[in-house]
Design a protein. Structure first.
Length: 197
């Protein structure tokens, strides 16, 4: 009896393998052979799931973007930790090996000068959704009385996203020992949005 393969799960596995390769060696060095070696399969088997290398790379970008957006979808109010917006912001930073790898992948795509149109579209959609989810989280905090009512949630969401991206880049290019507390800039901005106790 032939082995049954969950096609979408396998595509996800291959996309995550491609993301790990991008994080390790950069976009320019990615080959189907390198992804196949990372995934433990043959390069030819990747063709059963992705039309081209660019198609595979777009899925790798989507997979890493999802890890950034998911906490905002699942815990739009900051979860049960009581940390609210600060907790959500901290979850967005590259503070562990997995999130650092994902940030390396995102930045490799976002800074590529001659990206294929589909990659550009995926990046734009991701940033638009990320900002919208932050806007929703800020509005929810305002409704609860945790954030100042005079704050423009749309502008504040752009501010948070910009500071997170800048802090993430700083963390990736400077040794952690020289950064002090890497979440300080993000937390300072979020504190400026908080309602007075």
């Amino acid at each position: 009896m032939p082995k049954v393969v969950d096609r979408e799960r396998r595509r996800g596995d291959l996309a995550r393998a491609a993301a790990r390769v991008v994080a390790r060696i950069g976009l320019e060095g990615v080959t189907l052979q390198a992804v196949a070696a990372e995934a433990g399969c043959s390069a030819g088997s990747i063709a059963h799931y992705f039309r081209t290398k660019d198609d595979l790379l777009v899925h790798a970008l989507r997979a890493t973007n999802e890890s950034l957006i998911q906490p905002l979808r699942e815990e739009p109010e900051g979860g049960e930790s009581g940390e609210g917006l600060r907790g959500l912001a901290r979850k967005s930073l590259p503070l562990d090996a997995a999130s650092e790898r994902d940030w390396r992948v995102r930045l490799a795509f976002w800074t590529r000068a001659s990206a294929p149109p589909e990659e550009v579209q995926v990046a734009r959609q991701h940033l638009t959704e990320w900002r919208a989810l932050w806007e929703d989280a800020i509005r929810a905090a305002q409704t609860r009385g945790d954030a100042r009512s005079d704050v423009d949630a749309r502008e504040a969401s752009s501010g948070i996203v910009s500071i997170i991206i800048g802090t993430a880049m700083n963390l990736l290019v400077r040794p952690r020992a020289t950064n002090g507390n890497p979440a300080n800039a993000v937390e300072s901005y979020v504190r400026s949005l908080q309602a007075a106790p």
